[in-house]
Design a protein around this ligand. Structure first.
Ligand code: 5GP
Ligand code: ZN
Length: 114
C-alpha cells in the first residue's frame, strides 16, 4: 500500500469508482480517459510500482491475465479480439506508478503503437 498512490486509493475505495470486477487480489474499472470503446484498467490491490518490482514467485501477473480474459469474455471483446497492454517506465509512457494492465477493444487497434 502506498499512501499517495491514486490506484491504491481506488483499490481502498477512497476514490469512488465503479468496479467492473473485484476479487481478493485485483480490481478492474473503466479508464477515465478511454482510448477504445472498451478500455478497462486492471490492478492488483497490493501496490507494486511497476511490472519490474513484482518479486519472482508472485503469481499476481498470471492472475491479472486470467482476470483480463474473464473481462474480455464478459464485455464481448473476446469475440473480435483485444489488446492487453502494460506500460512500464518513462519510455513506456507509464503515468501511474502502480502496476496495471490496460484491456482495450471494441474497435480495430493499430500496430505498431505510437
Ligand atoms: P498509464 O499511462 O500509467 O499506463 O495508464 C494510466 C491510466 O490510468 C491512464 O489511461 C489514465 O487515463 C487512467 N487513470 C488515471 N487516473 C485515473 C482515475 O482516477 N480513474 C480512472 N478510472 N482512470 C484513471
Ligand atoms: Zn498503489
Amino acid at each position: 500500500m502506498s499512501e499517495d498512490c491514486i490506484f491504491c486509493k481506488i483499490a481502498r475505495k477512497e476514490i469512488p469508482t465503479e468496479f467492473i470486477y473485484e476479487d481478493n487480489l485485483v480490481v478492474a474499472f473503466n479508464d477515465i480517459n478511454p482510448q477504445a470503446p472498451v478500455h478497462v484498467i486492471i490492478i492488483p490491490k497490493e501496490h507494486h510500482d511497476s511490472i519490474l518490482t513484482v518479486p519472482a514467485g508472485d503469481d499476481i501477473i498470471s492472475h491479472l491475465h486470467l482476470v483480463a480474459n474473464r473481462i474480455a469474455l464478459k464485455t464481448g471483446i473476446a469475440k473480435t479480439g483485444f489488446r492487453l497492454v502494460n506500460n512500464c517506465g518513462k519510455d513506456g509512457n507509464q503515468t501511474v506508478p502502480h502496476l496495471h494492465y490496460h484491456l482495450l477493444g471494441g474497435r480495430p487497434l493499430l500496430w505498431p503503437p505510437g
